[in-house]
Structures are given as C-alpha cells and as structure tokens.
Design a protein around this ligand. Structure first.
Ligand SMILES: [Zn+2]
Length: 307
C-alpha cells in the first residue's frame, strides 16, 4: 500500500474489547489507511501495551511511516472523556486508571479515551452518513451510544444513554449497579447466556421455538425488555436510525420478528406510538468494534484538525 498521509501525519483509533483490540490508522482526510486486530491483555499495563501494539501492527501491515499525531481509544466501561480516566471496565481489568495519560506517555502523542459504544455510534454515523443515530450494543449489558446533530451525546456526568439501569422487573435480581431488576438484566447477551445455562444462546432460541416452556419464557422476557429499551431510546432521543449491534444479533431471525411484533402491537392502540414509526428506524449492524476504532480515530482527527 502507498503511504498516503505522508509528511502530514496520521491518526489512530483503537477499540479495546474484552478479548480483542482493534486499531485503525487514518489520514487527515479521514481515509482509513491500515487496520489490525490482536488479543487484548487485561490490566493497566496490559491495556496500554495492547493499544501500542495494535497501532504498531496497523502501521506496519499498511506500510505507514508518516508520524502519528494523536490517538483515540474506546473501552467498555465508565470513562471521564475530559480527563481520559477509566472508572470501571471490568472486562479488561481496569478499575480507576488514567489510561489517556499512560497511553500518551507510551505513544508520545496526545491520547483521548471514551466509552466504546459512544465511539462506535460516532464511527457508524460517519460511515452511514447519518447525523442522528443511536447504537444499542447488546453485550454483557445494554450499551447505548447516541449521536445527535452529528455530535456524540455524553451528558453532564457521562451518563447519557444509561438506559440499561432503568427498572424493568420489580421481582428481578440485584444488578451490579446496586439496583434491582434493571432492564439490562433482561435485555442483553448476558441475560440470554444466563438463561441458557450450559447451552449456547442459539440453542436457547431453538429450544424456545420448539416450545420448551422455560426457554420460551426466557426468550419472551428478553424480547419484551428489548422492545421497551428500543422504545425508550426512540422516545428519549428521537434519532433517525437505531442501530442494533452485538453478537446476539447473529440470531436475530429468532427474536427480532417478535420484538417488532411487540412494538407494533403496542402501536396498534396508540396513534402517538404509531406515528413514531419505531420499527422502521431499526437497523441491525455488524462489527461494532471496527466502528468504535473508526469513531475514536475520527474524534481525535477532527479535534486536531479543527484548531
Ligand atoms: Zn443496574
């Protein structure tokens, strides 16, 4: 590959996931020049090393020698994006770590850190040419990233989109957040994995479809919770597009028709809900990890090139 961006510098974006760390390198025009993916090493020094190595891989694989100007990093957890401080990201072994400072010291360039789903929503909006989009990422929890008028919505305390911790099941179990019966205890990949017990999630769906009672009950609860989550996102943000991502959507044929039917049934008796046309806004997307890395690179590129 040619070394476009040569002389003017390049920008890196990294998505640090629970198992894989994905990196992209782009030029000042926002064109992706190189990509790489490697296993994530957890913990403070492991995450920094994973970020540095993934960027180095992406540069080397694409033959990029232009200087790195800045890097953006997405992590699955609570982040103060102003300081680049990660509060708690259990899947990658961080709990109170100044990741932006540590990665900046290791890379020798400014580093910004944000929540992975927020960055994935930005990357996806950029790729689709949308300025009004929410991404719901069903992983261990119910992650929501929102882009309004082309900009990421983070909120006063970084809590915009924390819909997964609204109450759904008053008889439910206690959530990691301390509350009882949170939506994400029912509407997440984690919820399906728990319901599946020793089975795979696709097996849970096929058992439910075959009429096995406890599986059918679990899948119905998941569909009802997801339908409510979709409604909350649309009614709170009124975004044009609601993108749905996460590994569980590989089985979307087993549950999305039911989720759409639940929303359509509710809309049948409400012209208010019908006029929102919620199901028309839904769009299943794949590879949110690449979107997060692209969103992270664009974030630092745009904030570097504006000034
Ligand atoms: Zn909770």
């Amino acid at each position: 590959m040619t070394d476009r961006g040569s002389g003017r510098g390049v920008y890196a974006g990294v998505d640090v996931g629970g198992t894989k760390t994905a990196a992209v390198v782009m030029n000042e025009e926002g064109e992706v020049l190189g990509r790489a993916r490697r296993p994530t090493r957890p913990g403070d020094s492991g995450v920094v090393e994973s970020v540095v190595a993934a960027i180095a891989d992406a540069r080397r694989l694409a033959g990029i020698t232009a200087p790195l100007r800045a890097a953006g990093v997405g992590v699955p957890g609570a982040v103060d994006p102003v300081r680049g401080f990660v509060g708690r990201a259990v899947n990658i072994g961080l709990d109170g770590f100044a990741l932006a400072d540590a990665a900046a010291a290791a890379l020798g360039v400014p580093v910004r850190v944000d929540n992975d789903v927020t960055l994935a929503a930005q990357g996806l909006a950029h790729r689709l040419g949308e300025t009004s989009l929410a991404l719901i990422n069903l992983g261990t929890g119910f992650g929501v990233g929102v882009v309004l008028d082309g900009a990421a919505l983070r909120g006063h305390r970084g809590a915009a989109g924390e819909i997964g911790h609204l109450p759904f099941d008053p008889r439910g179990s206690r959530c990691g957040c301390g509350l009882v019966g949170c939506l994400e205890l029912s509407a997440s990949g984690g919820a399906l994995a728990r319901a599946a017990g020793g089975r795979s999630v696709p097996r849970l769906f096929s058992d439910a479809a075959a009429g096995e009672a406890s599986s059918a009950t679990a899948v119905e609860a998941f569909c009802a919770a997801l339908a409510l989550g979709l409604r909350i996102v649309v009614q709170a943000y009124d975004v044009d597009t609601v993108a749905l991502g996460g590994g569980v959507f590989a089985s979307q044929a087993m549950f999305m028709p039911r989720v759409r039917a639940i929303i359509d049934d509710q809309a049948a008796s409400s012209s208010f809900l019908r006029d929102l046309r919620i199901t028309e806004r839904l769009r299943v997307v794949d590879d949110t990890s690449s979107s997060a890395a692209e969103g992270a690179a664009n974030w630092v590129r745009e904030s570097s090139t504006i000034t």
